[in-house]
Design a protein around this ligand. Sequence first.
Ligand code: NAP
Length: 297
Amino acid sequence: MDTNQFLTLNNGKKMPIIGIGTWQASDEEIETAVDAALEAGYRHIDTAPRYGNEQAIGKVLKRWLDAGKVKREELFIVTKLPVIANSPSDVDPIIRKSLADLQLDYVDMFLIHTPFTVVTNEDGSIKRDEEGLMIPDLTTNHAATWIEMEKLVANGLAKSIGVSNFDKEQVARLLKNCKIRPANNQIEHHVYLQQRDLVEFCKAEGIAITAYSPLGSKGIANVNASVGIKRDLPDLMDIPEVKEIAAAHGKTPAQVLLRWIVDTGCIAIPKSTNPERLRQNLNVFDFKLTEEEVAKL
Ligand code: NAP
């Protein structure tokens, strides 16, 4: 059984269906995790300058590439234009900074991280209102930013371009104003937040969906807590139906949650810094959910 399976994008490029997420991991944790992930067979790595660990990831990639343990064309590296800097003039310098940190000449996918910019403090940190919420800059024009994104494909800095956290209306507007169609929309997508309308719309338009936080919103819960927002989020691995289906297949609840994403035609980027769980998350290609099980979830 191959450790990787691929989804063909609208530009013919192949994207591994399971990748490793890298948010909320220190340099030390992510170095070990990416190393273990590559050993386990991962070839798709989801990064972003906002995660603050691209230099550490770059060190691991360089070691693997220099040692000839992996070829550049076997890797699928995703990074993003950050929420604090997504105006047209940010695109070129931001990708060049990520490429320098990652020690690469190009990325496989460059995404606009969010369809809005946020207001920042003088030190560049995100400004928050009295409820702890970010303040969107309502002048953001992502259609203008997209023109600069398209140039990255022309100049070879990104093989594919896409978006993240875009809703149906925002994707539709981009489709009306683009020369290169987005290849990917990376959204929060899991059994508890299925976003069926958006997923079906993107798929019909030939835009692959990458599911972030595929195991639930643990990372988001940490962010909420850090700014004093309390929101009760369920533990998806504890849902009785998930546990029942896992037992029926001899798999773990996490593997069922990931397989549900694969079976609904999407890509998933679970984050783990634990080598055993990393291996487990990639090992989802030797079983399939039945139609009834998909419907149940
Ligand atoms: P997630 O992948 O759904 O969940 C990660 C959590 O689950 C970690 O606490 C991890 O702990 C645990 N875990 C991983 N595998 C497990 C397993 N097999 N069994 C039990 N627990 C397991 O959450 P996420 O980090 O929010 O999302 C994944 C990635 O999506 C991020 O890292 C990032 O790359 C991307 N993302 C993108 C956006 C965006 O706006 N585009 C937003 C959020 C996330 P251990 O590390 O201890 O295993």
